[in-house]
Design a protein around this ligand. Sequence first.
Ligand code: MN
Length: 238
Amino acid sequence: MEIAAADPALVEKLVMANRILYDQGVVDGFGHISVRHDQSPVHFLLSCNRAPGLVTAADILTYDLSGDLAVASSQRSYLERFIHSEIYKARPDVVSVVHSHSQSVIPFGATGQRLRPIFHMSGFLGSGSALFEIRDSGGNTDLLIRDSGLGKALAESLAGHNCVLMRGHGSTTVAPSVELAVYRAIYAEVNARLQIQAAALGPINFLNEEEASLAAATTEGQVVRAWDLWRQRIGPLA
Ligand code: MN
């Protein structure tokens, strides 16, 4: 099937998102962000196997929901592209997916505790993050989501949540736009840090579900303000 070219502005936004996630400390040499194709909901855009801070428009590849290249390329693919393909398959509402190993989130997956919204900036956490245990579906592995079966299991753990913790590995956040996927990945990390700090002081009074929902509507409605600041730090893309 021939796929129409993606909107160049969307490709540029995805490149910018890669740079921002690196600049904000969410990803390092590893981690990735994708966006659903604007011309075809059964395809998505994701960089080739490159550190997010170095991604350019020429690196953006087109995949189908099996995680196969839909437009031929000689570039190497990320091993973990199945995180993205299976979530897009399971969640028609999701437009963008971020996978990272951001550090403050790791202790939660390792102890089986959920991220819960500690302040208004992380209302997207709702009643708490989901938790994925790779041993349940994959036995002993290198922890990576390297095929569609593991991707499907991850998507099932994510279910209707916006964030899933991956025990011993990292986390994945989803959103209805690139800007919000970046926002949620950044604030999942911030929330994790604050939650650890608050837990040392005493029992935490988290936002309840209604507060989380109200706060998310307000803060996420203003995501452009944060996005403009984050992208200004990157400057023009070469
Ligand atoms: Mn990973």
